[in-house]
Design a protein around this ligand. Structure first.
Ligand SMILES: Cc1ncc(COP(=O)(O)O)c(C=O)c1O
Length: 398
């Protein structure tokens, strides 16, 4: 089946959309720092696709709806659930794990929070690498843990690398118990190399630091890039991996994250702390059909996303050459550097969010110290929407 990702689907006014990203709710306006959101506002700030999902998934959800009883459900009631996840990672990523290693969580941010709470105590340190997805900060601070930043090094043309010397010094501090790793990295778009992952793992293993790798963007990499799950190339004894259909198949609203925790002691500790949680029948059906039947859709969506990224890069080059942006290896996120304009973050915000009426996410959400002057955009929307958004933004920077 061929999918038409150019189709504009109304997620703002369709009463069954319930889309957070396209909502006009004043609470969302407040969160995004604008007075109001109207029908003309273009929302491209959330990592959520505006494409209808794979047909086999839609059909399996219809079957669950038609069954008509939505009582307590458990993924453990279906061998198909485990097989679908296990076979996907074996087939697509050459990574093998078994059913017993898998723990369900109602979302990845939830899993990060529960991991922080399971493997550290209040006041203990959790290492992250800024600029990084804002909830990494939130789950640490809201749990009363100490945020320890191993700042990524910004290199030529927006190519970020890891400061291993600093990481080692921070890992050696016995108060620092954990590290949250983002791979592919949101927002800087890097896929960490095998050597980089092995060095991070060496440092953490030698210093008894537990690693949680958030790899939920791992299926969404450029057609010419390769993603390697960390667990397939490092010792797994202190590693927890978050996997999910949420980004890959645009199913975030169903909240289905699978943690892979091969070390039984860690798994038991996580489960004892997190408690028992299972997906809804819709989540179970979606995971099974996504991983078993969603591949053709995924290949097509990846082509379309690559096209959108190329489109944005050439638009910027032609119309806003002062904006620096590196082609991300993975994710559908672009990290744009507006610093050459010499404007304050507030002025950049005003021009984009208020004057152009386009909602992005400001860089300080990812890095309160060094993120000023950056904006993050998520581009999995019809190209015409991305085109209008960038036309409007460029008008404000003439
Ligand atoms: C790196 C990363 N982790 C987690 C999430 C949120 O995942 P979930 O919806 O499964 O909580 C996002 C969403 O943008 C993300 O980019």
């Amino acid at each position: 089946m061929n999918y038409n990702f150019d189709e504009i689907i109304d997620r703002r006014n369709d009463p069954y959309s319930y889309s957070m990203k396209w909502s006009k709710n004043p609470m969302m306006a407040g969160m995004l720092g604008v007075d109001s959101i109207n029908d003309e506002t273009i929302a491209i700030f959330t990592a959520d696709m505006d494409f209808r999902c794979a047909q086999p998934i839609i059909e399996s959800l219809h079957k669950v709806a038609d069954h008509g009883i939505f009582g307590y459900s458990g993924h453990f009631c279906s061998e198909d659930y485990f097989n679908a996840v296990i076979n996907w990672f074996k087939r697509r990523h050459n990574w093998e794990f078994c059913k017993e290693d898998m723990v369900y969580s109602h979302g990845t941010v939830e899993a990060l929070k529960l991991s922080v709470q399971a493997f550290s105590e209040p006041g203990e340190g959790v290492i992250i690498q800024r600029p990084v997805y804002g909830p990494f900060t939130m789950v640490i601070e809201s749990s009363g843990r100490n945020l320890v930043n191993n700042q990524l090094i910004e290199g030529e043309d927006g190519f970020y690398t890891i400061d291993f010397e600093d990481l080692e010094a921070k890992a050696k501090d016995p108060n620092n118990k954990m590290m949250l790793i983002c791979n592919p990295h949101n927002p800087v778009g890097r896929i960490w190399t095998k050597e980089e992952m092995q060095e991070v793992a060496r440092i953490c293993r030698e210093n008894d630091v537990i690693m949680v790798a958030d790899e939920i963007h791992g299926d969404l990499v450029r057609k010419d890039a390769k993603f390697t799950p960390m667990a397939s190339v490092v010792d797994n004894s202190n590693l927890i991996t978050c996997t999910a259909v949420n980004k890959t198949f645009n199913l975030a609203g169903l909240g289905c994250t699978n943690l892979i925790i091969p070390n039984k002691d860690l798994r038991d500790k996580y489960s004892a702390s997190a408690g028992f949680s299972t997906p809804s029948p819709f989540g179970i059906a979606a995971v099974i059909s996504a991983y078993n039947e969603g591949e053709p859709w995924l290949e097509q969506v990846k082509d379309y996303i690559d096209g959108n990224i190329d489109y944005v890069l050439s638009f910027l080059k032609e119309n806003m050459p002062k904006v620096k942006c590196r082609r991300p290896d993975g994710t559908y996120i672009m990290w744009m550097d507006f610093r050459e304009y010499g404007l304050t973050p507030e002025e950049i915000h005003k021009r984009i969010y208020c004057d152009a009426n386009v909602l992005l996410e400001g860089g300080m959400m990812f890095d309160p110290d060094l993120g000023g002057g950056f904006e993050r955009v998520c581009i999995p929307s019809p190209r015409s929407v991305i085109n209008t958004a960038f036309q409007r933004i460029s008008e404000q920077f003439k």
